[in-house]
Every structure is written in C-alpha cells, then in structure tokens.
Design a protein around this ligand. Structure first.
Ligand code: ATP
Length: 243
C-alpha cells in the first residue's frame, strides 16, 4: 500500500511574512500511502508549511510538486481540485446545517464518485450515518471532528493535510481518531499531519520530521524520532546524559 512514489515533494521551500522568514529551504517528501507527521515547538512553522502547500500563502520560494506537477504558484481552489485538502487547526462545522448538508457542502467541489465517498465516510463513522439529519451543532466534540474529516474526504481528497487534528479532544476520542487515521490510510489515502500532541502524531506516522525555527532538523520513522535525544531536548528540554 505504501509506495516510494512521491505524491508531494517540497524542495528548498522558504516563506517570508514581510521581513520575517518563517521557513528556511525546507525539504520534505510525502509518498503515496504514507502518514507523514511534522512535529516541532510552538512557532516553528508547521502551520506555515501546511498553508504554503495548500495555496494559502503566496508567493513562496522553492518548489512544491504534487503528483509531479509544480503547484507552488497555484491558488487554493486549484490546489483543492487536484485532491490536496487542508483541514486547519480548529476548523468548524456549519452548526445550523444537518450532518448530511455539511457533507454535501464538502462534495460540491468534486461531485464525481460522490455516492461512493458518502458510503465510505458513513462506513468509517457510523455515528454520522445515524445522525445524518441532526444539526451539526448538536454533535459532541469528537463527532464534530469526525464530521470535519468526513467533509474533507467528501471534497475528493487524495492527500489530507490535518493541522493539529487532536486539539481539544478527550483522550478516548484521540485514541479513536488515531485508529480512524490508520483506517483512512488503509483505504488508499495519504495523510500529512502536524501538531502538538507529539507522541500521538508520531505514533501514527510512517515517516516523521522535526521542524525547528523554520528548518527541518531531523527525519526518520515515527519511532526513531520519538526516541531521538535531540527531539527530547527540543520539545521537552530533556538533555541526554553523556556516556
Ligand atoms: P504552533 O504550533 O504554535 O501553531 P507553528 O509551528 O504552526 O506554531 P507558525 O504558526 O507556522 O508555527 O509560525 C511560524 C513563525 O511565523 C512564528 O515565528 C510566527 O510568529 C510567524 N508568523 C505566523 N503567522 C504570521 C503572520 N501572519 N505574520 C507574521 N508572522 C507570522
């Protein structure tokens, strides 16, 4: 299922907010079928990286290729049309619309294979099928997060970019979401995750990167990064003892 075919290839990506440089020649590859996680301290540039890929920050320096095509100059709607869907931190449902209407909104960008995708998301989240006629505002926090993810899938995503997907969730919902992410991957989707819940984000990763002050400073498997002394030091201030 996992391949070594790059779906997303980021090369020497730099981004400036005015005079402030937030990304410094970032190199990162997401292959088809992988779950790639980016972790890093607050303000290290995780959100900036995702927004740059999603088309929300322009212009960027360097190159972003998706399925071999250069996309770094494309506006956001053209990026989405190619199957690259960004779910920002804290994204909300439409509270006064039903679950079904929320999913319809997601599908409006891509009507092809809509029914198949609807079957898939209802299979993935049976509770959304049960509550399809209820208003989104009446869902629990965990169910709202499921609906956001389901809406992303409905918009024809092939690569889902999730910024801080575990933010604000109860531990049992975090566990459930970790399993769901693995399940989504097993159905041929590729996932690109960033966030603060470092252990969780790394536990689901097939490949991971540490971003510090806008620079990639470590890469490897999720387990390799989790146990790496530099990551411990960078994120938790734990310095490995010599000898
Ligand atoms: P967090 O984990 O706290 O969400 P992050 O790793 O996602 O942080 P970014 O939000 O991408 O980091 O921020 C990277 C750097 O860019 C920070 O120094 C931040 O202050 C700066 N920055 C972010 N947005 C802007 C902006 N709109 N204007 C100026 N500087 C910004």
């Amino acid at each position: 299922m996992e391949t070594d075919k790059p779906l997303l290839a980021i090369r020497n990506l730099s981004y400036f907010y005015g005079d402030i440089q937030a990304l410094f020649r970032v190199n990162l590859t997401v292959c088809e079928g992988q779950i790639v996680s980016v972790v890093g301290p607050n303000g290290s540039g995780k959100t900036t990286l995702m927004k740059a890929v999603a088309g929300l920050l322009r212009p960027v320096l360097g190159e972003i290729r998706y399925q071999g095509e250069r996309i770094q100059d494309l506006p956001v709607h053209k990026v989405v049309r190619r199957g690259l869907v960004y779910v920002p931190e804290g994204m909300k449902t439409f509270p006064l619309m039903s679950v079904m209407e929320n999913l319809e909104v997601g599908a409006y960008i891509s009507r092809q294979q809509k029914e198949g995708r609807l079957d898939f998301v209802f299979n993935l989240f049976p509770v959304l099928a049960d509550k399809r006629l209820q208003l989104a505002k009446n869902l629990s926090g965990g169910q709202k997060r499921m609906l956001i993810l389901a809406r992303g899938i409905m918009s024809g995503a092939r690569l889902l970019m999730l910024d801080d997907p575990f933010l604000g969730l109860a531990p049992k919902d975090i566990n459930r979401l970790c399993n769901t992410l693995r399940q989504i991957r097993s159905h041929g989707y590729t996932l690109f995750l960033a966030g603060q819940h470092v252990r969780r984000i790394l536990s689901v990763a097939t490949r991971a990167y540490l971003l510090e002050e806008g620079r990639i400073t470590l890469s490897g498997s999720g387990d390799q990064l989790r146990d790496h002394p530099h990551l411990q030091e960078s994120l938790y201030g734990i310095v490995a003892e010599a000898g």
